[in-house]
Design a protein around this ligand. Structure first.
Ligand code: AHM
Ligand code: MG
Length: 333
């Protein structure tokens, strides 16, 4: 008897489509194609540990092919999958300077912005990395999508999520009806529902910030982090520090266990490091759907920020509600 595996991600997406009689199935199709891209990337990420045997990036492998860098591979895989799926009119990737157009004959009604492989400095050392995606409905008429279709607020996203390639591979996404988490069973190549209706603990256990930059911090960041380090009424530390340096991994841990992640602006980086369209906005929608919050370092909700350029950076404070509320007191201008 085969083991009962439960709900697959395609089934879950189809179920949510059925709850909306007006839905045409295009978002379902788009998400399913993205998931195929994620599975292809996952299989390549899993091979990365064999690089020493199969050839390092930039080298020629045993088949006589040039070995691609993993982030380039992930970028190309998503672009190829999306450009002919028929559901997308224009794309943007953290790895490409400009917009990525789609042929007229394939243009659909959605836009996709993505970070193909976030945390790529961790690839060589077997630390979790991830793909982040953000989907909007186009606003323009006609076949070709316009840059304005991509420059919409996070609040206007119709779906957002990430795939984390870690000790197991997970897909976490929202279509605005809560957050669902799926784990890939590699033996059948399917994502199965493992974390239904994820809620972030309202109180954090962890804080995540690159403390090495504390010399560059502005006073509000310093005061906030000092507050987090204060002893509680029992004379004990209230939090532990966790910082992987891979946003998806830091976010995922904080989402499940409770935590706050902070990447502020400082005296070195004008506006922080993280990108509004590919990183901050999709994770902000997820965290809000899970009961948490995301703000910038002036206390503005990330989901309400109007993007003006594709690669716009934004200071980010994201995670459990209590600690983001506290941050708001320190950061609100
Ligand atoms: P990347 O998109 O070039 O991979 O950079 C983004 C990464 C995030 O995953 C992570 O949170 C951050 O950079 C870490 O930056 P830092 O090393 O400055 O702390
Ligand atoms: Mg990134």
């Amino acid at each position: 008897m085969p083991k009962r595996k439960g709900i697959t991600v395609s089934r879950q997406i189809m179920d949510s489509q059925h709850r909306h009689p007006e839905a045409t199935g295009e978002l379902t199709g788009l998400l399913n194609d993205l998931i195929v891209a994620a599975k292809i990337i996952n299989s390549e990420v899993n091979m990365a540990g064999l690089a020493g045997i199969l050839g390092q990036s930039g080298q020629i492998n045993v088949q006589g092919e040039q070995v691609q860098k993993l982030d380039d591979f992930a970028n190309l895989t998503i672009k190829r999958r999306m450009e002919q799926c028929g559901y997308v009119c224009i794309m943007a990737s953290e790895e490409d300077d400009g917009v990525i157009p789609v042929l007229d004959s394939y243009a659909g009604k959605y836009t996709v912005a993505f970070d193909p492989l976030d945390g790529s400095s961790n690839i060589d050392v077997n630390v979790s990395i991830g793909t982040i995606f953000s989907i909007h409905r186009r606003k323009s008429e006609g076949t070709q999508g316009q840059i304005a279709d991509l420059l919409q607020t996070g609040r206007e996203q119709v779906a957002a999520g990430y795939i984390i390639y870690g000790s197991s591979t997970m897909l976490v996404y929202t279509v605005g009806e809560g957050v669902q988490g799926f784990t890939l069973d590699p033996s059948v190549g399917e994502f199965f529902l493992s974390h239904p209706d994820i809620k972030i603990p309202p109180k954090a256990k962890y804080y995540s910030i690159n403390e090495a930059y504390s010399r560059y911090w502005h006073d509000n960041t310093r005061a906030y982090v000092e507050h987090l380090k204060d002893l509680d009424e029992r004379g004990e530390c209230s939090y532990s520090l966790r910082y992987i340096g891979s946003l998806v991994a830091d976010f995922h841990r904080n989402l499940i266990k409770g935590g706050v992640f902070v990447y502020p602006r400082d005296r070195k980086s004008g506006k922080g490091k993280l990108r509004l369209l590919y990183e901050a906005a999709p994770l902000a929608l997820l965290v809000e759907q899970a009961g948490g919050r995301a703000i910038d370092d002036e206390g503005r909700n990330i989901l309400d920020l109007e993007p003006t350029e594709l690669h716009q950076r934004v200071p980010l404070i994201i995670g459990s509600k209590e600690e983001v509320d506290l941050a708001e007191q320190y950061f609100k201008s």
